[in-house]
Design a protein around this ligand. Sequence first.
Ligand SMILES: Cc1cc2nc3c(=O)[nH]c(=O)nc-3n(C[C@H](O)[C@H](O)[C@H](O)COP(=O)(O)O)c2cc1C
Length: 335
Amino acid sequence: MSISIGGVRLPRGIMLAPMAGVADTTFRKICRTLGAEYTVTEMISARALCYEQIGRRHRGGYKTAQLAQITPEETPCAAQIFGSEPEIMAEAAAMLSTGEYRGYGGWELPCAIDINMGCPVRKVVSNNEGCALMRYPELAGRIIEAVCRATRLPVTVKMRAGWSPDEINAPELAKIAEASGAAALCIHARTRTQMYAPGANWGIIKKVKEAVSIPVFGNGDIYSAADVLRMFRETGCDGVAVARGALGNPWIFSEIAAALEGREYRPPDITDRLNLALRHAEEIVDRLGGSTGLAAARSHLAWYVKGEPGAAAARAAIMRAKSLDEVREILKGLL
Ligand SMILES: Cc1cc2nc3c(=O)[nH]c(=O)nc-3n(C[C@H](O)[C@H](O)[C@H](O)COP(=O)(O)O)c2cc1C
């Protein structure tokens, strides 16, 4: 099992899938350290990035540009963009490929540009962005071509099975993506109408794999190494992308690596979990500052303690905590 995206080779083909509001630079770094071979930024609005650069939307700081900030520890990391206008998508891709834009200085460059054709959120699809592009394959193709022309980085596409059970077209769109210059695909095996409901249909990943010759990552409902082995076996995909299965359990990447390499895996004990939970929260607070950082860290903390005895009370206390010191005491109480 090995996969190449441009010049980047992933021996096991295992990536952390993009997650807006969750898979930020801190989480990506943690997952890389624990065995994820490839990461992707949170989705970045191409339009917002372009507007911010021409000064129309930067009063709150360069918030959009900050989403593209990548540290050396989390590379190789692709930058994911979303939008519906080929020229604007191309301009955003060009900026991200050179790092020559305001609010970015001094960070690593992405290893690829990933185009989002899977986001199901109403605010996004109502602008014909994200998964809505699956309903307009011709426009989707033009966007991929424009982005490929604008960057020397490999361009990848993340899509769903289709818009609805009656509009499953991932294999057709995958062919268009390949013909338009995409270097790899990631298929989230659900429709837009399914949102995130349980029951990803991996059969569609197999169909996409059979339709194209570029590498295909399968995605949807991976919660263990056994799921990864089953996805490889059932779909023939080249790589696997893990999203929610890594929340509170970034060790899933160590478990997967061990299984693929035939090594034994020792799961983290409660002390490992709580130590990482605290370090994770500290890093977020360090980066974003007191209350904003704590707000961003809360959901991660809650995921880390899930399943431990006393977790419900600890989670409620974490949600009320006003400082990292309080969080430390709550976590200590679980030991
Ligand atoms: C909180 C959250 C945020 C997400 N944000 C993005 C995103 O920014 N870009 C994207 O392509 N997919 C995004 N996704 C979708 C995931 O990458 C993935 O396709 C989906 O969760 C299915 O994988 P899973 O079953 O392993 O969770 C997001 C998912 C979640 C749960």
